[in-house]
Each structure stands twice: as structure tokens, then as C-alpha cells.
Design a protein around this ligand. Structure first.
Ligand code: ADP
Length: 151
């Protein structure tokens, strides 16, 4: 069974993430969306909210699972019996950052990182810009799936 983990903060999930996940679905039997918990990071949405936004969006997609984790991504891969890490590439900055992490993970394990290039329509979307819009009272329709709701 080909299983991939898609690790990230998903604070919140955006249509950029959704694009990568949907295009990766035919490549894998199962994709585990893994929300990393980093004690040093301040999040806008709680872990429960971030899980709910993703689960609701994929309620009719049995190949998608959602997990939360702390620690190294490769350790979670071992724990969940996953051979591939899925990541999206938006720009050269993403490439430089991801290259070092993927090569480090390869050195430390046999886990292969699979990159999908962002779609032209969603390449500019990021969770941090979505958070900025929200902080300033703007409307994020068109940037996030409908499951992302703001209290
Ligand atoms: P992280 O905190 O690990 O960067 P994110 O939730 O911001 O987590 O992103 C998770 C993954 O989704 C990363 O591989 C990132 O490059 C990818 N990603 C985010 N936004 C987009 C987008 N608009 N197009 C393609 N990939 C994206």
C-alpha cells in the first residue's frame, strides 16, 4: 500500500494545500494529513479547529486521514508505516528550504519526499497571508475551503 504523509501547520488549510492534496490523491492509496505541533509556534486556530477544517473538507474522501504529531516527521512516518512525504513547492524559497529538509530526511531514513509543483491558480496562496487578511477583518473566500469558518 502506497501511503504518504502531508505534514504542515495548516493554520488554516488553504486552497493551495487542497490543490496539492487533490492532485496527489491518484498517486497514493492513502494520504495522512499530519498537523505538526510546535511548542514554539503561536497558532491562530486551535489544533481542534485545524483538524476539523480538514476533516470536514474531506468527509467524502476515504483515502484521506488526519493526524496530529510532535517530533520528527520521519519518526511519525515510521510509526504510521508511511514511505513518502508529500510537499508542495511554490517558489525558489520553498525549494531551498525543502531541499535541505528532504536531503536530511533521506540521510536519516529511507523515506522519499515527493514534491508537487503548485498550480498557477493557487501558487500565491499561503496560510500566513490568509491569517493577515483575517486579522484585518477581510474576506478569505476564494483562498480557503468552505469548511474554514471563523467564530
Ligand atoms: P509548514 O509550516 O510546514 O510550511 P504549511 O501548512 O504552511 O506548513 O504548508 C504545508 C505544505 O503545503 C508545504 O509543503 C507547503 O509548501 C505547501 N503549500 C502551502 N501553500 C501552498 C500553495 N499555495 N501551493 C502549493 N503548496 C503549498
Amino acid at each position: 500500500m502506497k501511503r504518504a504523509i502531508f505534514p504542515g501547520s495548516f493554520d488554516p488549510i488553504t486552497l493551495g494545500h487542497v490543490d496539492i492534496i487533490n492532485r496527489a490523491l491518484p498517486l497514493f492509496d492513502e494520504i495522512i494529513i499530519a498537523i505538526g505541533i510546535n511548542a514554539d509556534k503561536k497558532y491562530m486556530f486551535t489544533l481542534e479547529e485545524r483538524v476539523k477544517f480538514i476533516e470536514e473538507n474531506y468527509i467524502n474522501e476515504p483515502k484521506i486521514k488526519v493526524e496530529t504529531y510532535t517530533g520528527l516527521t520521519i519518526d511519525v512516518c515510521t510509526k504510521l508505516n508511511v514511505d513518502f512525504i508529500l510537499r508542495g513547492l511554490r517558489n525558489p524559497a520553498d525549494f531551498e528550504f525543502e531541499k535541505a529538509i528532504a536531503q536530511t530526511n533521506r540521510k536519516m531514513s529511507t523515506i522519499e519526499t515527493v514534491f508537487l509543483l503548485t498550480s498557477a491558480e493557487t501558487s500565491y496562496i499561503s496560510s500566513s497571508i490568509v491569517r493577515d487578511i483575517l486579522r484585518n477583518g477581510g474576506n478569505v473566500k476564494g483562498f480557503v475551503p468552505e469548511s474554514v469558518t471563523i467564530n
